[in-house]
Design a binder for this molecule. Structure first.
Ligand code: PLP
Length: 387
């Protein structure tokens, strides 16, 4: 008998509590749903949580990355060294500025940028290193920072997976020139859609704030709330990247639960580790590195088709039939059609990233999950691989 459960286990389904819903209702009833006081509280909460100097809430991580690259002054012809094992947004924002993404191969065990390989890809055109803390595992920031200093490069951290991650006592996303976080529905804190830009530089933070709201000199809250009306003028041709109070309200209470939620994901993670270790053809994730906190955003296994007797994709389909949603993080970006056609990237050029692309599978892992949910996932895998 195949295992069964009443409901489908949705991949990345967030834990939304009554207090989150009440906070949104409070905003809806307040008469102010745009960008205003709740965005400020949300920013203050995250600034404190991260220990970051400056934060700017925006409507997505993609927007945060875009702002970072614009403020750096990235221009056509420049190169950005980054990882192919990431969400397309990480590379797309480079292309938007007319610059060229230069993909570096990754470490097989962690999927993170191979810091040793970065140096080989640096040219006189290189301006930025853009690491991604994959699955919530911090990159080797000592090496990345040292290379950036030696070659006078900027570092922009894509910390979309890494809100709770720490590297030698520092929060991921606060070590580079800029950090970018995501509050997309599957991320560990969600505002529906949302993001955060962090930086140590006050002038950059100020510019990011202006650019995130049309580049005008006074925002709507300043214009329409009870403070004195002020005329505004355009200082830069900015964007529409602002987070709203309605979104911030959803995320506000979640900040206080981040640590607790991480503990629940660690519990599920360790359960997976102990129950999946002996499964044929399944490689469980590498242990977190010493002196780091892994944010446990994704529990990613590698499926060895020969030993498992089934491909990663077949396993995904079978799990879906058994009511378990899974994800692939990621198929290497350099082989996506646009990147192949536009930049001429070829198969075989980044063998370790391609190896991961073919094998990686992310199992459900959120604070909403119970021990029983995780045991069910393992039972489903056992049924498919062993029965
Ligand atoms: C989710 C994600 C993004 C994009 O985040 P949005 O908030 O959806 O723009 C970027 N990079 C990585 C690694 C992500 O996982």
């Amino acid at each position: 008998m195949p295992p069964n459960r009443p409901d489908f286990l949705i991949f990345g389904s967030p834990l939304i509590l009554e207090e989150d819903i009440q906070e949104v209702i409070d905003t809806l009833k307040s008469g102010w749903i745009g960008s205003g006081p709740k965005v400020k509280y949300f920013e203050e909460g995250l600034k404190k949580f991260l220990g970051s100097d400056h934060v700017v809430a925006v409507n997505s991580c993609t927007s945060a990355l875009s702002l970072a690259l614009e403020i750096i002054g990235l221009k056509p012809g420049d190169e950005v060294v980054t990882t192919p094992i990431t969400f397309p947004a990480t590379a797309n924002v480079i292309v938007h500025r007319g610059a060229t993404p230069v993909f570096v191969d990754v470490d097989v065990a962690t999927g993170n940028l191979d810091a040793e390989a970065i140096e080989k890809k640096i040219t006189p055109k290189t301006k930025v290193i853009l690491p991604v803390h994959l699955a919530g595992r911090p990159c080797d920031m000592n090496k990345i920072t040292a290379i950036a200093q030696a070659y006078k490069l900027y570092v922009v951290e894509d910390a979309a997976h890494a809100l709770e991650a720490e590297y030698q006592g520092l929060s991921a996303g606060t070590m580079g020139d800029f950090g970018a976080f995501s509050f997309y529905p599957t991320k560990s804190l969600t505002t529906g859609e949302g993001g955060l830009l962090t930086t140590k530089n006050q002038a950059w933070a100020h510019k990011a704030r202006l650019l995130s709201l049309h580049g005008i000199s006074a925002n709507a809250w300043e214009r329409y709330s009870d403070s004195k009306y002020r005329h505004y003028e355009t200082l830069f041709p900015g964007y529409k990247y602002n987070l709203t109070d309605m979104q911030a309200a959803l995320g506000l209470r979640q900040i206080g639960r981040l640590k607790k939620n991480l503990q629940q994901r660690i519990l599920i993670w360790e359960l997976y580790d102990s129950l999946l270790g002996e499964m044929p053809g399944i490689q469980t994730p590498a242990k977190p590195e010493p002196r780091t906190v892994h944010a446990r955003h994704l529990y990613t296994i590698y499926v060895d088709e020969k030993k498992a007797g089934i491909s990663r994709d077949q396993l995904m389909i079978r799990l879906q039939e058994l009511k378990v949603g899974t994800g692939v993080h990621y198929t290497a970006i350099h082989l996506h059609r646009f990147y192949r056609e536009h930049f001429g990237f070829q198969e075989g050029s980044l063998p370790r990233a391609e190896w991961i692309s073919q094998r990686t599978l992310s199992l459900p892992l959120t604070a909403k999950m119970t021990r029983e949910d995780a045991e069910y996932v393992v039972e489903a895998i056992r049924f498919i691989l062993v029965q």
